[in-house]
Design a protein around this ligand. Sequence first.
Ligand SMILES: [Zn+2]
Length: 265
Amino acid sequence: MEINLDDYKEVTDRLQVGEYRKIPHHECSRSNVLRVENTLEGFKFYCFKCREYAFGSNYNSPAERLRRTAILREQTKRQADKDYSLPADFSRTISQRGLAWLGRGGWTIDLISKYNIGFSTALNRVILPVVYDSIHRGYTARAVESWQSPKYIELCQHGVMWESINDPTEQPSACVLCEDILSAARCGQFMKAYSMLGTTLNTNQLSILMNYDKILIWLDNDKGGTDGLLKSVPRLRMFSDVKIIESDVDPKLLSNNAIKEVLCL
Ligand SMILES: [Zn+2]
């Protein structure tokens, strides 16, 4: 027998994430045969009597739509005010889904703590702070659920890059440039690394890179979003030795040994 999700709004509105209740299934039984659970993905319904199953994704729920609108409005305002501070509810306690995402990128607890990675429950996103020249410049907020959109929210001072923290006594002559922060930090364990936080390089970013004698560029070839960057390569070559690494996968998906090998260390 059909489960009409709207019939149970009174129940779902009061159910916290992680909670469930057993209630009657309208038109099926007056006893509590219908199990309703609020999960991060949405509401799951199952009737033990007629064995009907239903799922109401949170993506299109009124609450999620309101949340998306509120987030967008806040981002736009912050961008206009040049307010790049971390979300108000930033916490070092990262949800299981967030930790799983970081883990898939080969991140250890040490890396997570070194780069002050955190979580915003309000945004339901992993927060990756962007620090350049020891100054906080903004953050990238990565969604942890497949139904969340957009996948990345960036609130960052214009023209900066994310940079790895390396031994301050060393004056590196080479660096590696990656697309995303997860990859850059993995490479940053072995040499100075930057994440370009986008697919093109602006003047400011170019001038940072030109300080190095040798620049390795390691982007994910699959995405095809590298054309913009490649246009900048001739300019970089006027000052530095540029090597483009041909690799089918992002550094974040490789083992440390494999990364070292590709970087020729
Ligand atoms: Zn039923």
